[in-house]
Design a protein around this ligand. Sequence first.
Ligand SMILES: Cc1cc2nc3c(=O)[nH]c(=O)nc-3n(C[C@H](O)[C@H](O)[C@H](O)COP(=O)(O)OP(=O)(O)OC[C@H]3O[C@@H](n4cnc5c(N)ncnc54)[C@H](O)[C@@H]3O)c2cc1C
Length: 479
Amino acid sequence: MEMPIPSDDRIARKSELMSRLRAALPAECVIDDPMETRAYECDALSAYRCPPLGVVLPYTTEQVAAALRICNDLDIPVVPRGAGTSLAGGSLPTADSIILGVARMNDVLDTDYANRIIRVQTGRTNLSVTGAVETDGFFYAPDPSSQLACAIAGNIAMNSGGAHCLKYGVTSNNLMGVRLVTMQGDILDIGGAHLDAAGLDLLGVICGSEGQLGIVTEATLRIIHKPEGALPVLIGFDSNEVAGTCVSDIIRAGVLPVAIEFMDRPCIRATEDFAKAGYPDCEALLIIEVEGSPLEIEEQLEKIIAIAKTHKPVEVRRATDTAEAARIWLGRKSAFGAMGQINDYMCLDGTIPVSQLPYVLRRIGEMSREFGLDVGNVFHAGDGNMHPLILYNANEDGQLELCEKFGAEILKLCVEVGGCLTGEHGVGIEKRDLMDHQFAPADLEAQMAIKDVFDHRWLLNPAKVFPLAASASRRDQGV
Ligand SMILES: Cc1cc2nc3c(=O)[nH]c(=O)nc-3n(C[C@H](O)[C@H](O)[C@H](O)COP(=O)(O)OP(=O)(O)OC[C@H]3O[C@@H](n4cnc5c(N)ncnc54)[C@H](O)[C@@H]3O)c2cc1C
C-alpha cells in the first residue's frame, strides 16, 4: 500500500506544534510520548501502521476548533478518529500528521422522546446511544457488528450499516444533523432536529465523507420505538449459490425482514469451534429475522419458510423464544472473532444487486481456487452487502500482496455486476486506488472539488479515499 512520503518540514515543526497545542488545551488532551501514541498507529486494518506526530483528545467542540486552527496555521495534516475500528484504514495516520480523536466527547446532550430525537457528542459509542434510551422503549437502529466499540463519529464518516439496516436503513437514513468543525476552525451546524433543512443538503455530503471535510463533534440522531417482538429463523442449505438464490427470492416476493444474514461453511465451522451456537453441518446458512406483533411475526415467517422450502433446505430452525433467538444470533455475532482465531484475514466490503448473489458467490469460490487463498463469507445478504474474509498468513512473504490482489479482483467484480466498491466500511486507504474502476475522471474531479471547498489545502485525513495519482497536485501544492 503506497503512502505519500512524509514532509520533513512538518516533522521539524513538532515541538512548536506541541507547545501551542498544550497552551490551548488541558494538559491531558495532548499526547506525544511515543509509548502512548503507539495505540494510535493503526485502526482495525492493522496490516498498515504508522506512528503520528502526536494525538489530541479534546473534551469540547471549542477545543477541537482551537486545535484545528493551530494545525491549519502550522500546515499540519489532521487525521480524525473515533474509536479506531475502521476496517478500511480510514484513521491510519501519516508520520507528519496528528490524530484528533473524539473519544472523550461522549455525552448525551439532549433526549426528546416526543420528537424521537437524541443529540450526542460523537465520541459516544453506537451501542451506548441505544443504552441511553432503551429503558424508555427506544433504540438507535444502525447496528454495526462493532457497535460495542465504534463511535457515532466513525459511523457518520463511514455511513455505517449493520444487520438490521435492511429494514431501517444505514446511518444516513437515521442522521438528522451534525455540528462540524472545519480545518480553519469554523463551527458549522448542518441539518437539525427536523425532517428537512432549508438550503443545500450538506448533511448528505457530510455523511460518508470519511473525515475529508471536517470534524463532526455533535450529532442529532433519529431514535425509534422498539418493536413489539422479533424472532429469527435459521435455514441451512447445501450450497452457497442456493442460499443466495433464496435471498433474492425473498426480496423479490416483497417480504421485508429486518435482517437477512449469510454464513458459509468456513465461517460456520470456525464459529462452532469458538461460540458453540449449535449450527447445522451445512454449506451455507441464512439467519432471517422478522419483527412486529406475534401475528405479524407468524405471517412473515410462514412466507419466508415457504420460499425457503422451494430450495430444499437441509434444516429450518425457527426460534420460538428469546433464548433460542439469542442462540441463533450468537454464532453470527461471534463470526469475525472466530475467524480471527484461526487465521489472519482481510475483511472486504462491497455491495452488489441482491439478484447477483448466486453468480458472485460462485465466482468468489472459483477465484479462491485460482489465487490459492481460502475465503469465508459472512455478510448482510438482504441488502447485498458482502464481506468476503480472505484468509492468509501475515508471516509469509508475499501473502499480504497476494491477498490484496485477490481482494481487488473481488471488489472489481462487485462493480462489474452493477454494485459498488464499498458497502459500509468506506474507502479509506484500502479501496482508494480502486476508485477509478467505479468512477470516471469527471466523477472523481467533482468529488475532489467538494473537498477543495471545505479543506482547500487538503490537510484533513491525507491520502485516503481519492487515488493518489488523481489527488497528487492538490495534496502537493494546495489548491
Ligand atoms: C469486528 C468489526 C466488525 C465491524 N462491523 C461493521 C458493520 O457491521 N458495519 C459497519 O458499517 N462497519 C463495521 N465495522 C467497521 C467500523 O466499525 C465502522 O467503519 C465504524 O463506523 C468506525 O467507527 P470508529 O468510531 O471506530 O471510526 P474510526 O475507525 O476511528 O474512523 C473511521 C473513519 O471516520 C473518520 N472519523 C472518525 N471520527 C471522525 C470525526 N469526528 N469527524 C469526521 N471524521 C471522523 C476517520 O478519519 C476515518 O476515516 C466493523 C469493524 C470491526 C473491527
